[in-house]
Design a binder for this molecule. Sequence first.
Ligand code: GUN
Ligand code: ZN
Length: 435
Amino acid sequence: MMRAFRGEILSVAHDPALVPDAVRHDADGLLVVEDGLIVARGAWRDLADRFAGVPVEPLAGLIVPGFVDAHVHYPQMDSMAAHGEQLLDWLDRHIFPAEMAFADPLHARAVAGAFCDELLRHGTTSALVFATVHAHSVDALFEAALARTMRVTCGKVLMDLGPKGLSDTPDIARAETEALIAAWRGRGRLGYAVTPRFALSCSDAQLAVAGELLARHHDVLLHTHLAENTRECVEVAARFTDLRDYVDVYDRFGLVGRRSVFAHGIHLAPRESARLAQSGAGIAVCPSSNLFLGSGFFDFTRAADHGVRLGLGSDIGAGTSFSMLHTAGLAYQAALAGGYRLDPMRALWLATAGGAALLHVDDKVGALGEGQEADFVVLDPAATPLLARRTRGASLADRLFALQVLGDDRAVSRTYVMGRCLWDRDRSRFGDFAQ
Ligand code: GUN
Ligand code: ZN
């Protein structure tokens, strides 16, 4: 059945720093949806006659594409706000013990459901997600995402140099990853990512397995961490003394290419940025995590100069918010610390179509274009008294910027997935889906 939604619609399909007409704005727009797909989108006055018989739901607020979280760890949602440490100590003291609890499939299932709900509450409809080393932790997330018809890419974490109780072996990594790809390929809107945790938690043999899997399966992504923390970088350099730099480590094992998504990429030499750009690999920029763990600031100027592909990640549980609005606001602040002025339209692109491109799903989501899946969010520019004061009478760019700096889940009044309302803030209700 066809349905239409009328309201103010905004999307940014391409990097507005590179493509002049990337921003598409319909002040009084119509989004026509059939079987979960967008069949038409434009000004209401242009489309009203053509779709005269179609029921129209008016939506107050600003309709934007569902957000894409390009790097997040679902098993870490209950470890957010763990006090006191930078990356390597934080992993040892807080994260690895929490991930060990995922040996219990019931625990994994409970957290996976809560995690997907939290994404929806924050307007995130697509995500690239770390699970744990346990294969069933991937099953749990895929089941939860499938039930909610969300677009989720995930993979079993490969880590044979992890702590006792949280490590696999190259043979187990290969076998379990193969089995997961075979079990989940082509189901719903799910995707698979080969997920070595990072260089330090994988032996050479394990990194080689990751490269093998990536080469064998052309429809999977590679998802890992890169150059996040200075101590991490020192340890990587000390281990791989014959290699030029951190990117070279991943390159040696065939892990750098257009299907690769690297989280962070803060401490990179110019050669590394150039190599990432040339290979088509992308970086998931995670500003709230970088601030929380004292990791540093991502260099937006360098990335732009080299043409590195970018998306935005919450990096829960080092990240401090599920909100991609809030993450965009922090990206602005992190960028400015390095002298780069992140435009609010570019920030919206990073949180939607930019991330979708990184995940290789930009033909399907991220821009509210005709033929795309109808994942969208209704933002409330008057969600709080302060936001209402700040946005009243403001320009579109100012309203968007205020939402990014002052907004969070409170500003997400509805989240639609495949044209169905799966989160309604005002009724405090999730939509119907098989649990
Ligand atoms: N590097 C390796 N593992 C992790 C992780 O779980 N979180 C973050 N932020 N960085 C990592
Ligand atoms: Zn991470």
